[in-house]
Write a protein that binds this ligand. Structure first.
Ligand code: FMN
Length: 266
């Protein structure tokens, strides 16, 4: 088999998962790299995407040790058609727990054949200047490891004659998965005085939870607290300032300072 055409498939509200996938693709040295971005809200309803024997690299962030439910819903709509897949989760330097196993299982159920897996580290969505959590990751070292992983995948795929006969991929994680956490009523808010009504937050929100009706309104049921709006806001008007989020920031920033390194499964 060859890996000349690669399709990057990702849900990545703050862009770290996308960066890791691009790093892996670089190491793979594919002739063609396509993107299927499942982050915009319409990815939950638009026509189902069918795979056509490319190598898929499927990535999602870790939320509470699991896949974000919206990411899982969007990934479940894909049709793998026996395409080989690399499954990748990106987490904010705490733990990834059952997320990679969940993604591996989900990819297989969607008709992909997982051939490699990885857990990489990205800046935590709740990172702030006052409470740093994996700030600036993936950094140069992470991207170097992503490229090395890409080279190893290329080698593995080149050695596969009959894809259906490859052994099932084993990754870290436990089934039944840990319970999914529901992030309720902790949405970011807007400092009205600083908001310039540019609507960048509305554009980047993966669940269409923000609307402009004179002032910004946030649908707290739809909000998944991904903090894409906070990170993209050009004036710092969007803030993750709910007391519960602040407590979590403090806990993460205090207890998960030690640098974690990527893990790969081949
Ligand atoms: C609601 C929520 C829950 C999260 N849970 C975890 C977690 O359990 N472990 C962890 O290490 N990071 C966790 N993170 C951090 C993200 O996994 C991390 O920031 C990731 O790089 C975001 O990916 P993206 O940039 O592709 O959106 C969480 C982030 C959010 C928003």
């Amino acid at each position: 088999m060859n890996a000349n055409t690669v399709k990057l498939i990702y849900f990545s509200p703050t862009g770290t998962t996308k960066s890791i996938l691009e790093g892996i693709a670089q190491g793979l040295q594919a002739e063609t790299v396509k993107h299927l971005d499942l982050t915009p809200p319409d990815a939950s309803t638009r026509a189902i995407d069918e795979m056509h024997r490319e190598l898929a690299i499927v990535g999602a962030p870790v939320y509470g040790g699991r896949l974000p439910p919206d990411a899982a819903q969007r990934l479940r709509r894909l049709k793998g058609n026996d395409t080989p897949a690399v499954v990748v989760v990106v987490y904010g330097n705490r733990e990834y727990e059952d997320a990679l196993l969940e993604l591996n299982d989900l990819a297989a159920e969607a008709g992909f054949i997982p051939v490699a897996g990885g857990a990489f580290i990205g800046e935590h969505s709740f990172d702030s200047e006052a409470m740093p959590i994996a700030t600036g990751r993936p950094d140069e070292q992470d991207l170097k490891k992503a490229a090395e992983f890409g080279r190893a995948i290329r080698q593995k795929v080149a050695g596969i004659d009959v894809l259906a006969e490859t052994l099932p991929l084993e990754v870290s994680g436990e089934f039944p998965y840990k319970e999914s956490h529901k992030w309720q009523d902790v949405s970011p808010t807007t400092r009205e005085g600083a908001c310039i009504r540019c609507e960048t937050c509305i554009t980047v929100c993966p669940t269409a939870a923000i609307s402009m009706n004179g002032t910004l309104e946030t649908d707290t049921d739809a909000c998944i607290v991904c903090c894409a709006c906070v990170k993209a806001c050009p004036t710092g008007a969007r803030v993750a300032d709910h007391p519960r989020i602040k407590r979590i920031q403090e806990w993460l920033s205090t207890n998960y300072r030690a640098r974690k390194e990527p893990e790969t499964f081949l």
